[in-house]
Write a protein that binds this ligand. Sequence first.
Ligand code: G4P
Length: 530
Amino acid sequence: MSPAQPESERRTFAIISHPDAGKTTLTEKLLLYGGAIHLAGSIRARKASRHAVSDWMKMEQERGISVTSSVLQFNYMNRALNLLDTPGHADFSEDTYRTLAAVDSAVMLIDHTKGVESRTLKLFEVCRMRKLPVVTFMNKMDRMGRDPVELIDEVASTLNLGVCPMNWPVGMGRDFDGVVDLASRRVQLYADSDHGQNVAEVDTISMDEAPERFGQGRMDEVGEQLELLEGAGDPWDLDRFLKGELSPIFWGSAMTNFGVEPLLAFLAQNAAEPAPREARKPDDTVITIEPSAEKFSGFVFKIQANMNPRHRDRVAFVRVVSGRFRRGMDATIGRSGEKLKLSKPHTFMAQERSIVDEAWPGDIVGLYDPGKLRIGDTLAEADVLKFDGIPRFAPEHFARVLLKDPLKRKQLDTGLQQLSHEGVIQLFYRPELGLQDAWLGAVGLLQFEVLKERLKNEYRVSAELEVLPYGVARWIKGSDEALDWLKKRQSYRLVQDRNGNQVILAENQWAVEFALRNVDDLQFFEVEPL
Ligand code: G4P
């Protein structure tokens, strides 16, 4: 269902939120309004995060272990919108971080009864690192929640972000009557009709008619809030939004479909166009690849194994950066210089796949991967190119593998290598042992469960994992003296990642801060320095 339109018509985004803020619900409603599904309720079934971990594992195994994440493409206002869905389960945040490397904008979904929650904050930091434009949606207005002025103040101060409401709520909970569209000064009236299953018509009235309908007192309150905002908020500025400095704020209730249309219209009209990206040539010169460049280029941001349990396959998700992708074309892998025929490319709609013949910058295509691709790989039609791509994030859990059958060492090593290329886990090496006996790192514990299952099913290796007593990893840069200081102390362990970068493991954040306070010429990084 890839609409054949050039790159300027693509808008590619993801939703970031804390679990339970309503991401599944909003995703579904965006698709409903985008005409991609006809009745709300069909996406919910695939939501994994609501299940207990054990149920979830079972479900994933039945489907052939995979981490739910797909690409949903739909049209709205003559634009093709690509929504990159991310796993709901917090243990797979790494997957979400990588997905954010493949989008041009993000929607930050906040439950207005709660405010800015921990996971939202973390994901927002990843957006900031990439200078992504972020649109905020305050959800669940049909419930009583926080004072709206206080809430946007919290967003601005916690995230150190300019905020600009595009509409403003009239009441909340049982008294939620709608939102004032601040550009047209018309009130869009809230109505919870058929439980949000179908697209709802929204009636509007002018601000002059509002007091009669809602009472003078309530509209006076809204008026006062708006006055406060005019003094305190930032004026709308498209340029600042596109630079990631200013977030437009919308209010609504995804469950009852209210407020979904203005958000979609904003995304279609104002979300960032497919961005140019810097790439390195083999001689290390850096060039900027414009989306409008004639030749195809793209990068792999995700590899998903065995999406279809009947065929054991791997699918590499490629974000198109420039040119026109054509089915069956040849491309070169930037890392190895190897040629690859890009046959049978797919787009994904929930669990359904369909073959695409062509794709444009901003689009995502799924390629069957015969085991040649890795996360972060660049594919390019003309030159051998490497995009500075997908950073790795500091793991929070560490383990070593206890192999039950020593004769399976080779299979284990192959499995660990391949699964780390897919981003299932990260590998760390102790310098004194070279590339033997890697330690494993994961951002979420479930990643270890997935690893064990996949080692068993795909590599026929039974392995137990022994948890290591570390909770923090940091990439480090420092003088020899600084490294010596760390090496001498029991509380730190110096290891290397697969690129030979120095990494320190420590028990907790306190130990990290202690080192920073006591050693000169030492820098720690939460994200692998590129
Ligand atoms: P998530 O993917 O971010 O984790 O959240 P999800 O959409 O599953 O929503 C979490 C809960 O919040 C669900 O309720 C959902 O119905 C509810 N919700 C989402 N949007 C709104 C909204 O606009 N208003 C209200 N009042 N609730 C909303 P649940 O009871 O946990 O599940 P269910 O029984 O509704 O499926």
